[in-house]
Design a binder for this molecule. Structure first.
Ligand code: SF4
Ligand code: MG
Length: 333
């Protein structure tokens, strides 16, 4: 089937004093209807800029500098802004790390959900209120009817994120973009909100672009995963294959940074070091400075994509390799 979201050779450039910075430098992936695709990487690798480019919410200094963005056949880069406004919050729902910054502090939750319902589904008055109550119930907020009249400050962090999810669902999105949706929450609350999102995703058949730096979130949520490093994708594949045999030396380093026994599903941050500055002209592999397996060629030649079973990887080690080797922890370090 044709993909719901099709990202082709996407580039984002940001104007800076010393010349353009390229936080997203030619990435391609697609997401099928009903599929959760996790974009995994460290902070600063370009994940959030990718999400902002898709929803056309890039900051003023940034622009899409190449590539294509298709949503079920529509060319998102060429839609007039008026139509994009109905796509955003309609066909594409969005939730971010900090629910507090996305909610209006002086408007009741019911009125905020009501605005989204009016804009995207033309519901008003009692009809909108009834639908808002159903939405709050669907995200597990107890006493939904009374809570419609509450203001954001009357909700805890986890409950605020549930409200954000309800608002994102108001337009019945085909694609939900969730950028670090649980990173700001306590660990036990994180798990509850992730389970809620997974349930809603399956129930509604939404596709989801899930942006995270957390392998535990990927393990819990993703159907497929793409690993980003320094503005590029370096590996993609089905979740199970990725967890069985991460291929790229960077991905293997992320796993090696986890304590023993934590490989599957533990909520862990896995810092591996800092992503290189993106205002340089790269020659060779961007991971070469940090790669334990780098060899001569890596400094001179940018690696192309190799297909290994259901996975793809950008690394010279896999030239001419067609079957994944199992991960040995010692070699991943
Ligand atoms: Fe390491 Fe070379 Fe592969 Fe880059 S291309 S990840 S430096 S082995
Ligand atoms: Mg981010």
């Amino acid at each position: 089937a044709a993909p719901l979201l099709d990202v082709r050779a996407l580039k984002v450039a940001i104007r800076a004093a010393g010349g353009d910075v390229r936080p997203v430098d030619g990435i391609s992936f697609s997401i099928a209807a009903g599929e959760t695709f996790a974009l995994l990487g460290e902070s600063g690798c370009g994940k959030s800029m990718t999400a902002l480019a898709i929803s056309r919410l890039l900051p003023d200094a940034a622009r899409v500098d190449g590539g294509e963005l298709g949503l079920a056949g529509d060319d998102l880069l060429r839609l007039p802004e008026t139509r994009m406004r109905s796509v955003r919050g309609g066909r594409i729902g969005m939730i971010f790390q900090e629910p507090a910054t996305s909610l209006n502090p002086v408007m009741t939750i019911g009125d905020q959900i009501g605005e989204a319902l009016q804009l995207h589904r033309k519901l008003r008055g009692a009809e909108a209120r009834a639908e808002a109550r159903l939405l709050l119930e669907s995200v597990g907020i107890p006493g939904a009817d009374a809570r419609l009249d509450d203001y954001p400050f009357q909700f805890s962090g986890g409950m605020k994120q549930r409200v954000m999810i309800a608002m994102a669902l108001a337009g019945r999105p085909e694609l939900l973009i969730a950028d670090e949706p649980t990173t700001a929450l306590d660990v036990t609350i994180q798990a509850q909100v992730l389970d809620l999102l997974a349930g809603l995703q399956a129930e509604r058949g939404m596709a989801m672009l899930l942006i995270t730096h957390d392998l535990g979130v990927v393990a819990r949520m993703a159907h497929r995963v793409g690993v980003m490093y320094a503005g590029e994708l370096v590996e993609t594949g089905p979740r199970q294959a990725f967890f069985n045999t991460p291929l790229h030396p960077y991905a293997r380093k992320l796993f090696a940074a986890l304590p023993d026994g934590a490989r599957r599903g533990t909520m862990l941050d896995a810092p591996v070091g800092s992503v290189p500055a993106l205002d340089q002209d790269f020659v060779g592999c961007r991971f070469a400075d940090r790669c334990p397996q780098a060899f001569d060629r890596c400094d001179d030649e940018s690696p192309g994509w190799q297909q290994i079973g259901a996975q793809t990887v950008r690394c010279h080690l896999y030239d001419g390799v067609s079957v994944p080797r199992p991960l040995h922890r010692a070699e991943a370090g």
